[in-house]
Design a protein around this ligand. Structure first.
Ligand code: GLU
Length: 303
């Protein structure tokens, strides 16, 4: 499993949408933010379709995402990759984890794990209680495979949040191979990023909780860590508009409606780049060219 990129000086970023729906305001910010961070460094910006979750992924959504990116002038480098083509690589990484004794089979159902939780807060992930950590209880069939996290402390630097240190065990041993036989997102994303030489991961804060797990997987597999940057989430608790430039963006359902250049201007503004008056009315290509020069991490991601 060799990295395609051997030049460590070259930034390789990526955007990895899941084709479970059209791009929305949050994914536009992730796309623009990751494009800017790669392009300002003269790097490449790869596009990967995260279609691991078979039943929820649809070709029409993938087509729609590609068309939308093109309309914004967000051109990707090289060929598009798809997770559905990568199962052999996931299996290879999984075997390595097995050899290391880092994973174990778990026979618990979701309902059993939910019952074991004392008082989970709404929306919070229920930590796995570790029932099968020292072996499958008698009469149990293995369902999923989990990664051991006991005693693991992970630290990494995020370009926006700074140093983040996490005791992995607090969120419990996590699934790397699902009961249905699919490899889980946490493992897949690490293998994908490594295989395509990605050394810069820029995405939304919604994935910040996943990053320590992915860092630990990179470390176990002996792979270099990418740089991480987690961007602020687009939220509008009142369902209202976000900023002065929001005429173009309806946040009621997070859908992208309106003229591309206005939406792009809104996304740049959201990322902390105030588009100058001289560029009002500019098209997407002009805005992106300007933003590439104007984006410094401290400014661009400093919200
Ligand atoms: N496919 C994931 C999503 O759409 C993003 C994965 C990632 O950026 O690591 O939420």
């Amino acid at each position: 499993m060799e990295r395609f990129c051997t030049d460590p000086a070259q930034v390789i970023g990526r955007f990895a949408p899941s084709p479970t729906g059209p791009l929305h305001t949050g994914s536009l910010v992730a796309a623009v933010g990751s494009w800017l961070m790669a392009k300002r460094a003269g790097g490449q910006w790869l596009l990967r379709i995260d279609d691991l979750d078979g039943p929820r992924c649809r070709q029409e959504f993938e087509d729609d995402i590609l068309r939308t990116l093109e309309r914004f002038g967000l051109c990707w480098d090289g060929a598009i990759t798809r997770q559905r083509d990568n199962s052999a690589a996931y299996a290879g990484a999984f075997e390595r984890l097995r050899e290391l004794g880092a994973v174990y089979p778990c026979g618990c159902s979701r309902a059993e794990i939910a019952r074991s939780a004392s008082a989970p807060h709404p929306g919070e992930e229920i930590p796995y209680p570790g029932s099968c950590r020292s072996g499958l209880p008698a009469g149990r069939e293995p369902r999923a495979w989990r990664l051991r996290t006991a005693g693991v402390e992970v630290a990494f630097d995020d370009l926006r949040h700074g140093r983040i240190t996490t005791e992995l065990e607090r969120s419990g041993d996590f699934v790397v191979k699902r009961a249905e036989g699919f490899f889980a997102y946490q493992l897949a994303v690490v293998v994908d990023d490594h295989l395509s030489g990605v050394n810069q991961v820029v995405r939304g804060d919604d994935l910040l909780d996943s990053t320590p797990r992915q860092v630990w997987l990179h470390q176990l597999l002996g792979w270099p860590l990418p740089a991480y940057c987690h961007l602020p989430l687009v939220t509008a608790p009142d369902g209202g508009k976000l900023s002065k430039r929001d005429a173009a963006v309806s946040l009621a359902d997070g859908r992208l409606t309106g003229k591309e250049s206005e939406l792009l201007g809104w996304a740049l503004d959201f990322l902390g780049l105030a588009v100058p008056d001289a560029l009002r009315g500019a098209d997407c290509a002009e805005l992106l060219n300007w933003a590439r020069e104007a984006c410094y991490p401290s400014k661009c991601i400093g919200r």
